[in-house]
Ligand binder design. Structure first.
Ligand code: ADP
Ligand code: MG
Length: 325
């Protein structure tokens, strides 16, 4: 059966009905290009991200995870804009046609797409070194309301989820944390392999946040990017970082906080809220239910800093170096 798969039958079999069905897709997979009806009065949001084998994942990682992450990283960016994802394109470069791998990959990507009502409307399939590029399109109200640049000194900074889990999960996946209990190892691995893009939270934050960024390269570095774009600086309080019990039990409290600040691949949202909006936010979106925590403030003094009991700490921003030794 594998031998019989050519480019066209492969697309037909694995990707034609992979994502959600949407009535605004006038023409999806099959013609030269897709045609989409964009809601009037909305602004189109567009993002693309590439995962390269050996750089962003290893070829032996579960194919379902590779499919999930290829879409998730894009959904996370769209979420950070407070936008609603709707359509995706998939450019797939494959070293060989492996039907079992493709079925798993498509299942991983398709499940996440359907969860967020995203239709896969097209793409490209080529032979070559394993590489996956997904593009997500969606829409946001005009004018845009939640950019990186809207923060002001005094705004409270929040982060969703428990950063650091994914960075440690990658280390687990690579056999670098052999002392983790199997419960902790499973939890951390899942957090790396199947990150949860905060799509609904992003849209709900439009009414409250002054600025937002998604955390993909380490919380401290990304929070500093938000602050830079807003023309200010940021202070994160070490003791306020939300750390998962499994991360602490695996690497200890100090190291857990270090990984939370500098590890990558979290795909959480980091957002700023003006003091006058904080109570409204917490009433409308109860933190325990929506899973986010205050971690610091924006301030006039530029740059990113971490304080512990009021004293400034020093950190390198290099997440992956932590596991390189
Ligand atoms: P062409 O015949 O113009 O080269 P393609 O063979 O590249 O067209 O693509 C045929 C159709 O299949 C197009 O609608 C394209 O968008 C879609 N497509 C190709 N590869 C994929 C993929 N990996 N996932 C989803 N759709 C794809
Ligand atoms: Mg083509």
């Amino acid at each position: 059966m594998t031998d019989a798969l050519n480019e066209r039958s492969l697309i037909e079999r694995f990707f034609k009905d992979c994502g959600a069905r949407r009535s605004d897709v006038a023409l999806g997979v099959g013609d030269d290009a897709a045609l989409i009806d964009v809601p009037p009065g909305m602004q189109l949001v567009a993002k693309t991200d590439t995962l390269v084998s050996g750089v962003h994942f290893l070829p032996h990682f579960p194919a379902a995870s590779i499919g999930h992450r290829a879409l998730a990283v894009n959904l996370s960016d769209v979420a950070a804009m407070g936008a609603e994802p709707a359509w995706a394109l998939l450019a797939l470069t494959l070293p060989k046609v492996d039907a079992a791998w493709l079925a798993e990959f498509a299942a991983g990507l398709g499940a996440l797409a359907r969860k967020h009502n995203v239709a896969l409307v097209g793409g490209d399939t080529t032979g070559g070194p394993l590489c996956i590029t997904v593009q997500v399109l969606g829409y946001a109200p005009r004018p845009p309301v939640m950019l990186r640049s809207g923060g002001k000194p005094g705004d409270v900074l929040f982060v969703s989820g428990t950063p650091g889990d994914a960075g440690a999960g990658l280390a687990v996946e690579q056999g670098q944390l052999p002392n983790a209990t199997s419960a902790a190892a499973n939890y951390l691995r899942q957090r790396f392999l199947f990150p949860t893009p905060r799509v609904e939270l992003g849209q709900r934050l439009r009414d409250f946040a002054s600025a937002c960024i998604d955390v993909s390269d380490g919380l401290l570095g990304d929070a500093t990017k938000l602050a830079d774009a807003s023309g200010c600086g940021v202070v994160i309080e070490h003791e306020k970082l939300p750390i998962s019990p499994h991360l602490t039990s695996t690497v200890g409290d100090t190291r857990a906080r270090e990984i939370a600040l500098t590890g990558g691949d979290d795909y959480e949202l980091c957002f700023a809220v003006s003091p006058s909006n904080v109570e409204k936010l917490q009433r409308a979106l109860p933190p325990a239910q929506w899973g986010y925590s205050p971690i610091g403030v924006l301030r006039a003094e530029r740059g990113g800093a971490v304080t512990r009991n009021g004293t400034v700490m020093h950190f390198s921003h290099s997440g992956f170096d932590h596991f390189a030794r």
